[in-house]
Ligand binder design. Structure first.
Ligand code: G3P
Length: 225
C-alpha cells in the first residue's frame, strides 16, 4: 500500500518525505487556497516545487467544470511535470474528461467520490485513481469504510486498472482499516500518519530499556573506580 500526503504545504511535504515512507502528494483547490497561493503562474510554480520534493505522483486539480476547459487545464497541469496526475471531479463533464485523458495517456485522479456507482463509472472512464472520501461520509453519519469495501469488491470482480486512493482520512483507524481492506493508496495529513506511531507500551518499553542501560553503565563505572 502506498502513502500519499494530503497537503499543499511545502514544509509538511518536506517533513513527510524525510520520513522515507511517502509515495506521493494529493492537493485540492482548498488546500492550495489554504497556502495563500493565487494566480495561475504561482499555482503552477507551487506544483513544480511539490514535484521537486517528492519522487512520486502529485495530484493537481482542475478548477473548470465544463469539458473543454477541464481538458485545457488538465493538459496544462500535466505538462508541468511527468509526475502530475490530473484531478477531476466525478461529474458528467468530468467523466468525459477522464476518458479523454485516458485515451491520451494523461493520468487522472477522479475526486469527490461518495458512492460505489460513481467509482464504477470512474473506472469505466479509465481513471488512474479513484478518490472515495471516507471522513466526509462519516461526517454525515454514513460509514465511509463501507464505501471502500464496496469499491474494492467491485474492482476485484473485473479487470479495472483504476487504483483506490482512500481520501478524507480522519483517524489512524481509517488508515489501518483501509490497509486491511486492501486499498492501493491512502492519502492523509502528516499528523494522521504520525499518530500511527503512538503506543503507550512503546513509550514505557523504551523508557525501561534506557533506564536499565543507564543503571548498568553506572554500576560498571562504580566498579571500575
Ligand atoms: O484531498 C481530498 C480529501 O482528502 C479531503 O479531505 O479532510 O477535506 O475531507 P477532507
Amino acid at each position: 500500500m502506498k502513502f500519499f500526503i494530503d497537503t499543499a504545504n511545502l514544509d509538511q511535504i518536506k517533513e513527510a518525505a524525510s520520513l522515507g515512507i511517502i509515495d506521493g502528494v494529493t492537493t485540492n483547490p482548498s488546500l492550495i487556497a489554504k497556502e495563500g497561493i493565487t494566480g495561475a503562474e504561482n499555482i503552477r510554480r507551487h506544483y513544480e516545487a511539490i514535484c521537486a520534493l517528492v519522487n512520486g505522483d502529485v495530484s493537481a486539480e482542475v478548477i473548470a467544470t465544463d469539458f473543454e476547459n477541464m481538458v485545457r487545464e488538465g493538459e496544462e497541469l500535466s505538462a508541468i511535470h511527468p509526475n502530475i496526475v490530473v484531478k477531476v471531479p466525478i461529474t458528467r463533464d468530468g467523466l468525459k474528461a477522464l476518458s479523454y485523458f485516458a485515451k491520451r495517456g494523461i493520468r487522472t485522479n477522479c475526486t469527490l467520490v461518495f458512492s460505489a456507482g460513481q467509482a464504477l463509472l470512474a473506472a469505466k472512464a479509465g481513471a488512474t485513481y479513484v478518490s472515495p472520501f471516507i471522513g466526509r461520509l462519516d461526517d454525515i453519519s454514513q460509514e465511509g469504510l463501507d464505501l471502500i469495501r464496496s469499491i474494492r469488491s467491485i474492482y476485484d470482480n473485473f479487470v479495472f486498472g483504476t487504483k483506490i486512493l482512500a481520501a478524507s482520512i480522519r483517524s489512524p483507524l481509517h488508515i489501518v482499516e483501509c490497509a486491511r481492506i486492501g486499498v492501493d493508496v491512502v492519502t492523509c495529513p502528516l499528523s494522521s500518519l504520525l499518530s500511527l506511531l503512538q503506543h503507550p507500551l512503546t513509550d514505557i518499553g523504551l523508557e525501561k530499556f534506557l533506564s536499565d542501560h543507564r543503571k548498568s553503565q553506572q554500576a560498571a563505572a562504580a566498579m571500575s573506580t
